[in-house]
Write a protein that binds this ligand. Structure first.
Ligand code: PDD
Length: 286
């Protein structure tokens, strides 16, 4: 089926949607993005994603081409037009197309490029992977130092996923100065003695929207949370591990660099948090 996508104010069939070859997203990875999940045909955590988008744009001095209310309307129209019950909405804003390739930013009257498209993912919430857990490897974190900005420069995370695949695993956790920063496209957690441990917020990691919700739900359920860095050895010795993202929700991790974590099966804390996250998020989806 041909999707309906959104480009700069227009809803178009995907094969008619175009962006300039001079677009700075294409030439310089000069763009930011958001991924919002859809469950029951409704948006999960739209406000959180819209706020982080505004922050990413602000940190890069990029103009926001759309009001939040209108952005919500575009999300909803794409869900409707593409009949998405479970899936994802991808949004990207770039600094637009300058007249030529030039490292310096174009003048303020250059319109930013705004693109949104849907990804249909039936069965997203009932993922078979969540029942068996996933295997990760650790790799050096070789990304730039402003990982708190959600930019489209995702080559190293792509390389990380390929390294994991070559090792017969599903994903990679990145390590800097001996401590895990985050997964290639998710935030990383371990559980030890009932305590949930995840890296504190800084420029070193993306401030996950799912992370914020999961930590809030965990605290509300009287679970103990500690926000600090942890090592690979600590993770291998943990009772459980998991990661969070808008596309995977709460995903148990059962192996790290070939060592089974806990029993080698999804643990009770990750399993419970996944249930709570899905239940509570569905209740307030818009
Ligand atoms: N990735 N850390 C990184 C590096 C990420 O790319 C992501 C999200 C997260 C989790 O953030 P959130 O909970 O807001 O989705 C953490 C998205 C899903 C992606 O690139 O597809």
């Amino acid at each position: 089926m041909t999707r309906t996508v959104y480009v700069n104010g227009k809803y178009l069939p995907e094969n008619e949607a175009t962006v300039s070859i001079f677009d700075r997203g294409f030439l310089f990875a000069d763009g930011v993005y958001e991924v919002t999940s859809v469950l029951d045909g409704k948006l999960i955590d739209f406000d959180g994603h819209a706020k982080r988008l505004a922050r990413s744009l602000g940190e890069l001095g990029m103009r926001n081409p759309i009001e939040t209310e209108d952005l919500l309307e575009v999300h909803r129209e794409l869900v409707r037009a593409n009949n998405i019950i479970e899936g994802l909405i991808y949004l990207q804003i770039t600094r637009g197309a300058a007249a030529d390739r030039d490292f310096t930013y174009p003048s303020d009257d250059t319109p930013p490029t705004l693109v949104l498209f849907t990804q249909n993912k039936p069965g997203l919430a009932d993922s078979p992977m969540a029942k068996v857990g996933i295997k990760v490897i650790s790799i050096e974190d070789q990304r730039w130092a402003r990982r708190d900005i959600k930019t489209v420069q995702l080559l190293y995370p792509s390389m990380g996923k390929m390294m994991a695949k070559a090792a017969g695993c599903d994903d990679a956790w990145m390590v800097e100065d001996g401590a895990v920063t985050e997964g290639t496209s998710n935030n990383a957690y371990i559980v030890k003695g009932g305590k949930i441990i995840t890296r504190h917020l800084s420029n070193d990691i993306l401030h996950g929207i799912t992370r914020a919700a999961v930590l809030r739900f965990a605290r509300e359920a009287q679970m103990e949370v500690e926000e600090r860095a942890f090592t690979v050895a600590e993770a291998q010795d943990a009772d459980e591990a998991f990661f969070t993202s808008a596309s995977a929700f709460v995903m148990p991790v059962v192996e790290l660099d070939g060592a089974a974590i806990g029993t080698g099966a999804p643990g009770p804390v990750a399993t419970r948090l996944r249930e709570i996250y899905l239940d509570e998020s569905r209740k307030v989806a818009i």
